[in-house]
Design a protein around this ligand. Structure first.
Ligand SMILES: Cc1cc2nc3c(=O)[nH]c(=O)nc-3n(C[C@H](O)[C@H](O)[C@H](O)COP(=O)(O)OP(=O)(O)OC[C@H]3O[C@@H](n4cnc5c(N)ncnc54)[C@H](O)[C@@H]3O)c2cc1C
Length: 413
């Protein structure tokens, strides 16, 4: 079926956090928006630890109340471990004005919560529909999107604008050949869910734990969901996994036992799902926008899991893009570079400096150094809380230079 009439003004590919949040912002502006999602039922998704800045975006999108109502585990900070060394950042002590907490979320539940909330706002979500082709400018300024159902049935709909929020589906990056190799080294993540863990008591109970393991670049996360259930993952270069058993569950267990913090906390915990592996997840694209389309969230660039930046970048790009799309459809001249590409590049650049410093060991030396300046700690805490767009924070705006200065200071001192 080919439709030459407008089916919706904006078609969003994917009902992950980027897609649903973009839809909520567009609906606020009175835009007729539809989401096509290839899956029908909620499913396991990785990316479970949110950052406080993400809550600002959810609040502006009118979605925070729905998230809060789910009673997710509150995350008040991030704790880092290396051998017997330990240090904690409490978001309540950060430099930027903002939320002092975030949430640890089972993504199947979180994504469904956002989808239900935008449906209640009047957004139509077509589930079980996989976008397989887009014909730009097919009919007098309208674009034709081809959707395929699980049974192989193809239908078409026409719209004025396509937002790609397909995450690792990378629909437009593939169709329009926008994929570029990431200059981050290829790494591997092995992860699963456990029950019966022993979290610390008090304010740190919902913290994410990030542990540096004694082999190569290997580090692990523990993301507690409450009630003794948690997400656990290990990340490193391929070679770092070679000294552990090949079988995924045994490998993950072996890595967790190789550091005192994780070994103790998970001593009696048992896996509740088989460990899964993903590699080569860092992605880059040549552009985030073009005539009639843009890319948001993981459909664009993705860096690395270490500072839980993925969902925050996805939400921020959804916010920026939705505002530009609404302006453009309203007839305004829109500067996509200034409104989307540049802010996302700024955020990516800031996170990237800390990610590089994490893997080359500089960040860990700073974390565990005995001399710590309180003002600097507060600024670094804001980066860990996702406030990388705070122009008053020199550790966000000049991240590389500031890290270099700190390392030099630590060396001299
Ligand atoms: C190992 C690892 C750990 C991570 N940990 C964290 C973390 O702790 N915190 C964090 O913030 N981030 C984390 N991330 C990143 C996080 O997973 C992503 O950044 C986040 O899910 C991006 O959201 P999104 O909405 O852009 O994409 P997604 O969540 O991937 O959603 C995309 C949606 O599009 C749908 N879709 C795909 N193709 C099509 C198609 N052809 N047609 C229709 N629909 C389609 C998919 O089914 C999906 O629902 C991690 C990533 C990795 C690899």
């Amino acid at each position: 079926v080919r439709s030459s009439e407008l089916d919706c003004e904006v078609l969003i590919i994917g009902a992950g956090p980027a897609g649903t949040v973009a839809a909520a912002f567009l609906k606020q502006r009175g835009i007729d928006v539809r989401i096509a999602e290839r899956h029908v039922a909620p499913r396991f998704v990785i990316g479970e630890s949110l950052l406080p800045h993400g809550l600002d975006v959810l609040e502006q999108a009118g979605l925070l109340a729905a998230v809060e109502a789910r009673g997710y585990e509150r995350k008040h900070g991030a704790a880092f471990f290396r051998g017997e060394e330990h240090c904690r950042f409490d978001f309540g002590e950060q430099f930027s004005a903002g939320f002092d907490h975030a949430y640890q979320v089972l993504r199947s539940d979180f994504d469904q919560t956002l989808a239900d909330a935008v449906s209640a706002q009047g957004v139509s979500i077509c589930t079980g529909q996989s976008v397989c082709a887009v014909d730009f400018d097919a009919a007098g300024g309208l674009h034709t999107v081809s959707l395929e159902s699980a049974g192989g049935l193809v239908s078409k709909l026409s719209c004025r604008f396509v937002i790609d929020a397909s995450g690792y589906g990378r629909v437009l990056a593939r169709l329009l050949e926008l994929e570029r190799p990431s200059d981050l080294p290829s790494r591997r993540a092995l992860f699963g869910h456990f029950e019966g863990e022993a979290p610390p008591e008090g304010i740190g109970q919902g913290d994410i734990w990030i542990t540096k393991h004694p082999v190569g670049e290997l580090w692990s996360w523990i993301i507690p969901f409450g009630g003794g259930r948690c997400s656990v993952g290990a990340v490193g270069a391929d070679v770092d996994f070679e000294s552990f058993p090949e079988e995924h569950d045994d490998c993950l267990r072996g890595i967790l036992q190789s550091a005192p913090s994780t070994a103790k906390r998970l001593a009696t915990a048992q896996p509740v799902m088989g460990a899964r592996q993903i590699s080569g997840y860092s992605k880059e694209v040549s552009q985030l926008h073009g005539p009639g389309f843009c890319l948001i969230g993981n459909a664009g660039p993705f860096l690395d899991p270490v500072f839980s930046s993925g969902v925050t970048l996805a939400l921020e790009s959804a916010r920026c893009a939705a505002s530009l799309v609404a302006d453009e459809l309203g007839g305004a001249e829109v500067d996509w570079e200034a409104g989307l590409s540049q802010p996302i590049a700024r955020g990516v650049r800031a996170f990237r400096s800390y990610i590089d410093a994490w893997y080359d060991g500089r960040f860990a030396s700073l974390l565990f150094s005995a001399r710590q300046d309180e003002a600097i700690r507060r600024k670094i805490c804001s980066i860990l809380a996702g406030y990388v767009w705070d122009e008053k924070n020199s550790f966000a705006t000049q991240s590389k230079r500031k890290l270099r200065q700190l390392v030099e200071l630590a060396r001299k001192g």
